[in-house]
Design a protein around this ligand. Sequence first.
Ligand SMILES: *Cc1c(COP(=O)(O)O)cnc(C)c1O
Length: 458
Amino acid sequence: MKLPYAEPFRIKMVEEIHQSTRENREEWLKNAHYNLFNLKSSQVFIDLLTDSGTGAMSDQQWGALMTGDESYAGSRSFDALHETVKKLTGYQYLLPTHQGRAAENVLFSVLVKDGDIIPGNSHFDTTKGHIEIRKAHAVDCTIDAAFDVDDLFPFKGNINLDKLEEVYKSHPKEKIPFCLITITCNSSGGQPVSLENIKAVKELSDRYGIPIYFDSARFAENAYFIKMREKGQENRTIKEIAKEVFSYGVGMTMSSKKDGLVNIGGFIALNDEKIFRAASNFTIIYEGFITYGGMAGRDMAALAVGLNEATEFAYLESRISQVEYLGNRLIEFGIPVQKPIGGHAVFIDSLKFLPNIPRDQYPAQTLANEIYKEAGIRTVEIGTLLADRDPESRENRYPKLELVRLAIPRRTYTNNHMDYIAVAIKNVFDRKEEIQKGYNITWESEILRHFTVQLEEA
Ligand SMILES: *Cc1c(COP(=O)(O)O)cnc(C)c1O
């Protein structure tokens, strides 16, 4: 008999989580203004709000934590991180920051001006926020297959070269500081970008003199998909593939809370000394001195180890096969999910799941709230609330998809938890006809409203 798959780790420390009753949850949700961000973690049994900073560190990382050097300048933990980043990415300069969005803030302070155009594959929400707050525009050039949840194309994070060239042709070069490739493409469902596509984007961008930066929060997961799905890549290591990917860009921003396998942190890595100098000034103003940038020395030490672990095949195989396991259980129950299953999360198509809820009553938020009420599972809306209003017209921006994201924290839950989640969602699916109404907004902020929005039952 063929041996079944088993995780390449055992568990050294556990954290208790607690069940609640449906009555409890209905009350908590009401008090949270029907926004799952407002719940307390003690009110949640399984937390799939995000895979950002919520994973488990290894014994090696916890060990490294104790060796952290907290010197304000010239910390040896910075040196360890710098060496690791250079080796993995090939980029010579490193600026740590406290998170990925801080890396965006620092880098975009140098590169992005009023009226600029930043093309790329579906920009992440904070990335878009940092572009729009500078009165610049993010232009989504993702391939159309990304917006068809049943299209089995293996690289749905790819950039459509015609759309990109159209942007390059219709604006002067000075208005396009860079093209941003997000790996994997979070906003289109954790879908990977192929090596072939990255190379083609590089070639096209070279012709127009536009540099490429990577938003690389899940660069290791992207490299895993390239190895597993792209012809000719199957015998290469994750580290080799990742390094080749980075060779087509001039720099990157990183949220270390994802493929850094740590709970907090980010960084910028790049090759251009002039941009590094300019970004150093903004790092000092916004984050801290350039050898810590808002991170504790011990966190940089743990990150250096985490980046190496995240780029090992055995780790990535266990990570991504768990996400796939959950996705396949949902598919068996007939639940409409985005296919193929993405790297860090399973996405449910709520327009198909809850066709009775009108778009202006936020079907994805409605489904996320139903899943919470059913079983204490916290998920997140990736739909109209997240898409915000158009900055000029202030109208809702309806995205092509209304998704509920089940983000799986790294090395945190077992497949029994995945089974529990799948059955909970099946139970909601079985009574979907009873769900007839969504929600209305009672209060929202100007930008990034989904974090704090308040709702009432429609
Ligand atoms: C998480 C994320 C960010 C922002 O990083 P934070 O660490 O949350 O500030 C930026 N881009 C992508 C693709 C992300 O997934």
